[in-house]
Design a protein around this ligand. Structure first.
Ligand code: NAD
Length: 521
């Protein structure tokens, strides 16, 4: 199955399903810089989604393990927040170096547990490395401001760490999303307990080990496992001061509301339904390549995947058959096979749901232009994998399941409108506001679109406009709950609280100020 030569020799985690098939690896927890075997009696299987073989198991961390991880982070915080920023910066540099060294190993584990192609998994890791690189600039990013506000009187505003950060991650970016916060947590002087997705925890485990190797003292980075029980432990524990969440609507809304009610800071990135608009003046083949890559890459399991195409006017409508012609050429297969364009969906349940929504599109009056339900990988060994070929639904409209729901699969739904204004109205009426893009040669049209669209991440001739970590990953309406976004300046603000210090030091005068009960004017 594998046509990839891995640049890795480390074997502490399984990196191929053939070697791990018969003896599932028991994923440990990571507390105080130690990998610890869990005492749990409840274990969840992790499957290779391209075969559904069990490759490893992950525990529901016990109450004692959760307590031990939170206590470790809480104790470490007292010392860690006092370490010099230069030391924390040096650790960030080392983390970047080690992430790059372990790049293939991380990517291979992502392919094994999550299914995306190896090249795409390397991109997943790189986006995380870029956050770590941004964190290296903390000595500039965390500078406060000061001003002499009166004679001999100075006010300075600084930002201080807030304490233990609980991080809850989804399955679709096993490296990037833990890395959206970990490097910034470290350099801002906080500590963390991370809960990776129970479906793909391996990359986060390697990242935790890397942080320890880079010099993080015991307790700064801790990692536990499980489902709701672990999330609830984070929410209810007063030692956890803030929660970062990325995932689906149900969990994200619950975590945001419960966390807030308990006085925590929460940033919650939720679901998406991302529209791409194509205008008649767009370059046809550039647009076709862009929409196909953005809709079907990672089998549509990206929060920024394009899932709706909005064609404006008649000309782009005529291009749709060529979109389908090119999409039909994509090969589905193992992520370890360099000739695969798309891997499988994460689970048999996700596959069944996607197929149900495709079927509903026909019964609700849409048209199936390209049906990927019967597309199978060439290798017999992948017969039981959760594969779905690229699927295109045309003549869709709001109110249909295929338009209203986030499918999270390689399914592109197409809606036709007559004007750019109509396209904007359609997008702004969708409940999600994660990402969108427009393809056009008109600067004026692009400007009108970017000004009037209520979506967090907007692309002009860029299909998946994920901002680099020097900016922040945004989100609007039902795609984000919170005030401060992930990474960039907003991410640093989220992880720190302001302190204003006003000092009066007079050297030359012995004058003693008279007592006053009124405010100085
Ligand atoms: P998910 O919500 O099922 O799981 C995310 C995390 O929440 C996991 O760690 C899981 O264990 C936990 N969880 C799940 N249900 C829970 C519940 N009821 N109570 C408490 N905890 C719960 O999401 P997923 O399937 O892993 O990821 C896919 C989703 O994530 C998609 O909706 C996608 O759009 C979204 N996502 C959003 C962004 C973004 O930045 N907006 C980025 C990546 C993924």
């Amino acid at each position: 199955l594998s046509t990839i030569k891995l640049n890795t020799t480390t074997t502490s985690y399984p990196t191929s399903h053939t070697s791990a098939k018969d003896k599932p690896y028991l994923t440990p927890t990571f507390i105080n810089n130690k990998l610890l075997k869990s005492d749990s009696s409840e274990w969840f299987d992790i499957h290779d989604p391209s075969t559904n073989h069990v490759v490893s198991k992950v525990p529901q961390s016990t109450a004692a393990e959760l307590e031990s991880a939170i206590a470790a982070a809480d104790e470490a915080f007292e010392l860690w927040k006092q370490t010099s920023i230069i030391k924390r910066q040096q650790i960030a540099f080392k983390i970047v170096e080690l992430l790059r060294k372990n790049w293939d190993r991380l990517a291979a584990l992502i392919v094994l547990e999550q299914g995306k192609t190896f090249a795409d998994a390397k991109g997943d890791v790189l986006r995380g490395i870029q956050v770590a690189e941004f964190a290296c600039g903390i000595t500039s990013e965390l500078q406060g401001v000061s001003l002499e506000v009166a004679q001999d009187m100075e006010t300075k505003m600084i930002r201080e760490p807030i304490g233990v950060i609980g991080s809850i991650c989804p399955f679709n970016f096993p490296a990037m999303i833990p890395l959206w916060t970990i490097p910034l947590v470290i350099v801002t002087g906080n500590t963390t307990v991370i809960k990776p997705s129970e479906r793909a925890p391996g990359a986060a485990m390697i990242i935790a080990e890397i942080c320890a190797e880079a010099g993080c003292p015991p307790g700064v980075i801790n990692l536990v496992h499980g489902k709701h029980q672990t999330v609830n432990a984070f929410l209810e524990d007063p030692r956890i001061k803030a929660i970062t969440f990325v995932g689906g609507d149900k969990a994200g809304k619950y975590i945001y509301e419960r966390g807030h009610a308990l006085g925590k800071r929460v940033q919650s990135n939720l679901g998406a339904k991302n529209h791409m608009v194509v205008l008649p003046d767009a370059d046809k083949q550039t647009f076709i390549n862009a929409v196909n890559g953005a809709a079907f890459g990672a089998a549509g399991q990206r929060c920024m995947a394009i899932s709706v195409l909005v064609t404006v006017g008649d000309k782009p409508k005529e291009w749709i058959k060529d979109v389908a012609k090119d999409a039909a050429k994509f090969r589905i297969g193992s992520g370890f096979d360099t000739s695969s364009d798309l891997g499988p969906l994460i689970s048999p349940q996700a596959l069944v749901r996607a197929k149900e929504i495709i079927a509903s599109a026909e019964t609700e009056g849409a048209t199936l232009l390209l049906d990927g339900r019967d597309q199978k990988p060439e290798q017999a060994a992948l017969a039981k994998g959760n594969f779905l070929g690229p699927t295109i639904i045309t003549n869709a409209k709001p109110g249909m399941r295929c338009y209203d729901e986030e499918i999270f699969a390689p399914v592109l739904t197409i809606v036709n409108v007559d004007t750019l204004e109509e396209a904007i109205k359609l997008i702004n009426s969708c409940r999600y506001g994660n990402g969108t893009s427009i393809f056009t040669k008109s600067g004026a049209a692009a400007q009108f679109f970017t000004k009037n669209i209520d979506v967090g991440n907007v692309g002009v001739n860029v299909p998946i406009p994920v901002p680099l970590p020097l900016f922040s990953f945004s989100g609007s309406r039902a795609s984000f709950m919170g005030d401060l976004n992930f990474y960039g300046k907003a991410g640093i603000m989220f992880l720190t609280k302001p302190k204003a210090i006003t000092s009066l030091w007079s050297f030359s005068t012995d004058e003693i100020l008279a007592p006053s009960t009124s405010m100085p004017i």
